[in-house]
Unconditional design. Structure first.
Length: 242
């Protein structure tokens, strides 16, 4: 199995202010599930635009690909923090407008940061089978680095423990994993990894596509078509058919 099989993406670019890539507009696919993290009626406090010229925005996360955005908020709508649904539905019901920019974890308000952990935890539990697939099938990135070692709290010793146990029997649930390994709370470790990815505090990306979406459209380099993502799509189709 090759290094690309499970979908990690190497960070090939530097940060830009407030997570924006010049010359490339950002958007959210209409069928994406999103959740509202905060509503800023007077815009973002860090903007240099005068208060009277600020437009109301919301900070939200796309739960399919773990990407943070700021989106125009339609005044006088009944949108609330923690609301969750399909982005296209929010647009059609005149609650949200277009995307203003893609942002990083450091751009979030205190309210957004406080809510993000529980939002990610809930989503990981909902998609447990997909994350367990990662634990059961992750591979080496380089001769000295394994994908499991990208997860905060997993060092060389724990990595080999997980590999040894999964070779005997695949992990069937997070509870099964916590009972058979030294990891007491796998979900918590996954949340920490995703937040690190959203903060750009990583060299390789596993779950968040915040860096991948910034690849220049004319880039001729081969983009990732990982087996991991194909498996995720297959799991979603199987769940829908049930």
């Amino acid at each position: 199995m090759s290094n690309r099989d499970l979908g990690y993406s190497k960070n090939r670019r530097d940060k830009s202010p407030r997570g924006r890539e010049k010359g490339k507009s950002q958007f959210i696919k209409k069928d994406r599930v999103i959740q509202i993290l905060d509503i800023l009626l007077h815009g973002h406090f860090s903007n240099d635009v005068p208060m009277h010229k600020q437009r109301p925005i919301v900070q939200l996360i796309s739960l399919e690909d773990f990407v943070l955005y700021e989106v125009e908020y339609i005044r006088d709508s009944d949108l609330k923090v923690q609301d969750r649904g399909i982005y296209g539905d929010f647009r059609e019901s005149h609650k949200l407008g277009k995307v203003t920019k893609k942002i990083d974890h450091n751009d979030l308000t205190p309210t957004s940061k406080a809510l993000l952990h529980s939002v990610l935890e809930e989503r990981i539990k909902e998609k447990a089978e997909e994350f367990l697939y990662f634990f059961n099938n992750s591979v080496s990135i380089t001769p000295r680095l394994h994908q499991l070692q990208l997860i905060p709290g997993i060092g060389n010793k724990l990595m080999w423990e997980i590999i040894k146990l999964r070779n005997i029997k695949k992990f069937e649930s997070f509870k099964d994993m916590s009972q058979r390994t030294s990891i007491s709370d796998p979900v918590h470790l996954l949340v920490k990894l995703i937040i690190k990815e959203l903060s750009r505090d990583v060299k390789y990306y596993i779950f968040s596509k915040t860096q991948r979406y910034e690849q220049v459209r004319t880039d001729s380099r081969r983009q990732f078509s990982p087996r991991y993502e194909r498996r995720r799509s297959q799991l979603r189709r199987e769940k829908f058919q049930k």
